[in-house]
Design a protein around this ligand. Structure first.
Ligand code: PTJ
Length: 238
């Protein structure tokens, strides 16, 4: 079905169809639809726009990703929503993309790799995982020794799980990208970007090109700002 361009929720409906397409093509897991719906609810609460807090977090994230050895983790929802932009971000930062799936199967890994190669990536890590995140039991423990295993900074998008805790135990700097400020990943990361990935990735590309300098970042303060924005939006008079 074609969504009319003048529909007030055009972008949101388009994104839903991208998730649907990802599921049909086999690189996105069916539960990715539920994850997406959860994200949509939080997007409403921040007003479906990039807040000043998200912008500040993106600027700090770009500086950190540029100044350390870094890697961009990718799951099935990322592949569905913004594969091309994610590849452009990896090029702007000159760092690799590594596929890391919760519902990991050889078929899905192959389809994910094909999706990113089609989107222009020259190489995608993760398919031939040869290392493990110690003490993590889920399939997300399987990582690439050239990527997540050895690099200092990991961008973890659209994930409410236990990987961040274990990456932190390995001494890594974790940047979360998640609309839900209460998710475990959002709460445990060193920088949390509370924004829709479809807005945050283009902004990260723009900021990376300006080569920002790392000046430190207060994540608790920034998370508080995003949560206050949400509660203000919830209580504002109609
Ligand atoms: O592809 P796999 O096998 O690795 O599976 C991916 C799942 C669906 C398991 C993974 O995405 C996941 O952990 O889902 P959760 O636990 O529902 O967490 C997803 C988080 O992403 C939630 O906190 C949502 O609020 C957030 N989210 C969803 N869509 C967006 C988003 N954050 C930013 N932008 C979005 N578009």
């Amino acid at each position: 079905m074609t969504v009319p361009k003048d529909h007030p929720r055009f972008q949101s409906l388009e994104d839903r169809h991208k998730i649907e397409e990802g599921i049909a093509k086999g690189y996105t897991t069916p539960t990715g639809m539920i994850a997406h719906g959860r994200g949509e609810a939080f997007d409403y609460l921040i007003g479906e726009q990039t807040t000043e807090y998200a912008r500040a977090a993106c600027e700090a994230a770009a500086a950190k990703l540029l100044s350390t050895t870094s890697v961009l983790s990718a799951n099935g929802n990322v592949a569905a929503l913004c594969a091309e932009e994610y590849v452009a971000l990896s090029e702007a930062l000159n760092i690799p993309i590594e596929i890391n799936l919760f519902y990991r199967t050889p078929e899905r890994m192959k389809k994910m790799e094909e999706r990113f190669l089609e989107a222009g990536a020259k190489e995608v890590l993760g398919v031939r995982a040869d290392a493990e995140i110690p003490s993590l039991t889920s399939e997300r423990r399987k990582v690439d020794s050239r990527g997540i295993y050895s690099r200092d900074t990991v961008l973890v998008p659209l994930e409410d799980g236990d990987r961040t805790e274990h990456l932190k135990k390995m001494g890594k700097f974790v940047i979360a990208l998640d609309l839900n400020p209460l998710s475990r990943t959002a709460q445990q990361a060193d920088i949390t970007i509370i924004d829709n990935i479809t807005r945050a990735v283009p902004l990260l590309i723009e900021l990376a090109k300006k080569k920002p300098v790392w000046r430190g970042f207060d994540n608790s303060e920034n998370l508080r700002g995003s949560m206050e924005t949400m509660s203000r939006n919830l209580t504002k008079p109609i």
